[in-house]
Ligand binder design. Structure first.
Ligand code: ADP
Ligand code: MG
Length: 276
């Protein structure tokens, strides 16, 4: 019996995306959004996608979640083909999307309720998580009485509490102000390092990606394809002090440069299209 230390990167594949392409066709307009995308998330790994806005990142999430059909390619989850199927992953969308008529607690337990977990058990579990998220006093409150950051935390807990192993997080902090965002990053880092779910995370923010991730894929402008893959070298648990580390700054500079080049290309292409 070999007893290798379990590193998230050497563990088994959770998500295997192979060769996904997508073109939206409306009347005579064809918009190619994804161009032969392949990427992997290993079990317990935190993987980020960073790419220009409008490049097709959310579309890729819709395809993984079975909400949009790809033209080509496959999605495998723990070696099972789930292409075009719903219900296999936990998905936290860009907007918190809480149900206004449900209390915070009832929003959090939604996935468990759908999965048939007894209500009492679901509520007990939700109460523990809400406590940990600093939301114990808001169990019986309604979403509209909470700040944006709190609503985002509730949406995140709803994803975390579900029994699905893989979480997709689509720019969950993009609508938050800088202070709340930094609090939320630290909070997510702590919670994730304790639980080690497999995560695929979309962000615009390179610093956020470097702070949180094991692996980063940089996407091109539309049609999106991975143009750069980086294994983030910092050990865990991490503290946000690593943003002062010279290696962190160097990587941030490199990625920012690549991203700026890519956005520039996108803009040139936009001008070209406009001139035709
Ligand atoms: P990102 O998340 O990277 O900002 P999206 O995946 O949301 O990008 O969108 C990529 C492109 O695809 C955009 O130009 C968007 O308008 C277009 N798009 C997204 N969904 C559809 C759809 N259902 N039909 C037609 N075009 C779409
Ligand atoms: Mg998006």
């Amino acid at each position: 019996m070999h007893n290798h230390p379990r590193s998230p990167v050497s563990a088994s594949l959770a998500l295997d995306i192979q060769d996904i392409s997508k073109t939206f066709k409306q009347k005579k307009q064809h918009l190619q959004v994804l161009d032969a995308i392949s990427l992997q998330v290993h079990t317990g790994e935190f993987v980020s996608i960073v790419g220009p806005s409008g490049s097709g990142k959310s579309t890729l999430f819709h395809i993984i979640g079975g909400l949009t059909a790809p033209d080509h390619g496959s999605i495998r989850l723990h070696d099972q083909d789930i292409t075009g199927q719903k219900g296999h992953i936990s998905y936290v969308p860009q907007q918190p999307a809480l149900f206004p008529w449900r209390t915070i607690e009832d929003n959090v337990i939604l996935a468990l309720e759908v999965a048939g977990v007894p209500l009492k058990e679901a509520r007990q579990e939700a109460a523990q998580w809400l406590e940990r998220a600093g939301l114990a006093d808001f169990r019986q409150a309604y979403p509209q009485t909470l700040s944006g950051g709190m609503q985002q935390r509730v949406a995140f807990l709803r994803g975390l509490i579900s029994r699905q192993e893989l979480m997709l997080l689509d720019e969950p902090f993009s609508a938050l102000d800088a202070f709340t965002r930094s609090d939320m990053q630290r909070w997510l880092l702590d919670i994730w390092e304790e639980n080690r779910r497999s995560v695929l995370f979309i962000t615009h923010n390179i610093e956020e990606a470097l702070l949180l991730s094991d692996t980063i894929y940089l996407f091109s402008s539309r049609p999106a394809r991975p143009i750069h893959q980086l294994h983030v070298p910092f050990s865990r648990p991490r503290s946000e002090d690593i943003i002062e580390d010279p290696e962190f700054r160097k990587l941030k500079k490199q990625l920012s440069h690549l991203m700026r080049e890519e956005q520039q290309k996108g803009m040139d292409f936009g001008r070209l299209e406009g001139n035709l």
